[in-house]
Design a protein. Structure first.
Length: 144
């Protein structure tokens, strides 16, 4: 007669192991989702700031020379982007927006947005924060 092996506890060990793997997978999915949503929010803020900046026409330059483009006022562009950043700070803390007029095309506003995203689960792996960034461009809606 052969001796019977004791399999007691094997199913429990397998269940615990699979549960740990499943929890790690869920943690990674949640962290990746958070980064993707933050990237979309940063891009949206950059788009909105670029549109606000593109409405800051340099009236003196328009009056001086009516050309094919409508030049933007660099100071007004920076001010509009700063105001937009202040409004967006409630929804996206730590959002940094920088706006400028494109030197090659004075009718084009360029906004760069950056934000750090704290990852809820994989911080213990050494990746506590991720930087997300976006660039948006907008042309003044009025043509002479």
């Amino acid at each position: 007669m052969t001796a019977r092996r004791d399999d007691e506890g094997t199913v429990l060990l397998l269940t615990v192991g699979l549960s740990v793997v499943l929890l790690l997978l869920v943690a990674v999915v949640v962290d990746v989702t958070k980064v993707i949503l933050a990237k979309r929010a940063v891009a949206s803020a950059a788009d909105g700031a670029a549109i606000a900046a593109a409405q800051q026409v340099d009236v003196a330059a328009v009056r001086a020379s009516l050309s094919g483009t409508l030049p933007l006022d660099p100071a007004a562009v920076a001010e509009a982007v700063a105001a937009y950043a202040a409004d967006a700070d409630d929804e996206q803390p730590g959002l940094r927006l920088a706006g400028r007029v494109d030197p090659a095309d004075r009718g084009l506003a360029v906004v760069e947005a950056r934000r750090s995203v704290t990852l809820p689960f994989v911080g213990w792996l050494g990746v506590a924060q991720v930087q997300v960034a976006a660039v948006a461009r907008a042309r003044s809606p009025v043509l002479p």
